[in-house]
Design a binder for this molecule. Structure first.
Ligand SMILES: Cc1ncc(COP(=O)(O)O)c(C=O)c1O
Length: 361
């Protein structure tokens, strides 16, 4: 069978295997003091991104759901881009809020700060920027708009582990920053996510999140515990955290490799509309815009190259369909193709991807 160059391909070595076996033998698989991987991961990640506090959960979706639960958004409006994975909008609905979609900037595919202003109403409570593909949103502008209007900024940083904005890593700017460690992400786990908090009440928020990630249980000790509010089964397991600890050690190296590949794509792919090159980007995705997407993707697949469409705009999904027009998002949604950019790619495969794309345009 012909070898296919995969769109995503997590990088692992012996260190992940060792930690899996160690956790297996410890018999502490869920989350707790036994293996201690979850607490260690939270503490190392907090240091990595320089956040006030971090709470690990079992997916990026859980991170978004719990982060929004901190801000009583029921019947309130939350501003977000439509060019994202559907979890970004679901988290708002799950918490009783109303998603308000805003168009994107064509260069970064991140939410357009200038267009946010037009959508703020007296009912708006928060802005949820998505660092698309790992490209940092313009947080200076977004945080300024938020401050002026008394809004929370809850970042969807599922793509942006290792991305910087200004001198600081994503994870240290917004009130709550949500990461995903899904196996395709730059820091891969079987499943996982995390909320980084930056707020004067971060200790209080952390406590609430600890309780909500495990069925509302607080003050647990051997003989007694209490439940004061609703919670979910969202905790990170010890296997995921163990893998995450190993992946975190290698993350900067992986991201440097992704950056080098992105630079080659940017310089050598003969197409105007493509992801730009930015030293601060983690390059979870690399996207290009093509006219006849179906035919283009089939050609690449025939040549052994897997591609993706990230994403179909959320406001065009049946559940979210409204009579709104987001011209940039809709135009990109028809043309976007994502191509392999993982650190497992060989030099010859990168060349093959570039040559095949240039021949298939
Ligand atoms: C932008 C974005 N937000 C949220 C998520 C949800 O993360 P998870 O799959 O870990 O639940 C994803 C995952 O693909 C994503 O890409």
């Amino acid at each position: 069978m012909k070898k296919i160059i995969k769109l995503f391909n997590p990088v692992t070595d012996l260190s992940e295997r060792r930690v899996l076996l160690k956790t297996l033998d410890s018999k502490f698989w869920a989350s707790g003091s036994g293996s201690g991987n979850v607490q260690k991961f939270e503490s190392k990640f907090k240091k990595y991104v320089s956040a006030d506090s971090c709470v690990a959960v079992n997916s990026g979706t859980a991170a978004l759901n719990l982060a929004l639960s901190l801000f009583n958004i029921r019947n309130k409006e939350v501003i977000l881009p439509s060019m994202s994975f559907v979890s970004t909008a679901h988290a708002i609905v799950e918490n009783g809020g109303k998603p308000i979609f805003v168009d994107i900037e064509p260069k970064s595919l991140c939410i357009d700060p200038e267009k946010i202003k037009d959508k703020i109403s007296k009912n708006t409570i928060a802005i949820m920027p998505v660092h698309f593909g790992g490209m940092p949103c313009n947080l200076d502008k977004i945080l300024k708009i938020a401050k002026k209007n008394g809004l929370h900024v809850i970042e969807d940083a599922a793509h942006a582990v290792g991305t910087k904005f200004g001198k600081k890593k994503i994870g240290s700017h917004g009130t709550a920053v949500c990461f995903s460690f899904h196996p395709v992400k730059n820091l891969a786990m079987p499943t996982g996510g995390l909320i980084a908090i930056n707020h004067k009440d971060s200790t209080k928020f952390q406590k609430l999140l600890f309780s909500r990630r495990w069925c509302g249980i607080t003050d647990r000790n051997d003989t007694d515990y209490d439940v004061k509010e609703l919670g979910w089964n969202y905790y990170m397991n010890e296997f995921s955290a163990g893998i995450g600890l190993e992946q975190l050690k290698k993350l900067d190296k992986f991201n440097e490799i992704r950056k080098k590949i992105a630079k080659q794509y940017f310089n050598k792919i003969n197409i105007e509309s493509k992801m730009s090159f930015n030293e601060k980007c983690s390059y979870h995705l690399y996207w290009i815009l093509v006219k006849n997407r179906q035919r283009f993707r089939e050609k690449l697949y025939k040549n052994g190259i897997e591609t993706g469409t990230h994403y179909k705009p959320i406001h065009l999904m049946s559940m979210y369909k409204k009579n709104i027009s987001l011209p940039e998002t809709e135009s990109v949604g028809k043309k976007i193709v994502t191509i392999p950019i993982h650190p497992n790619l060989k030099k010859s495969e990168i060349k093959k991807i570039i040559d095949t794309i240039n021949k298939s345009l």
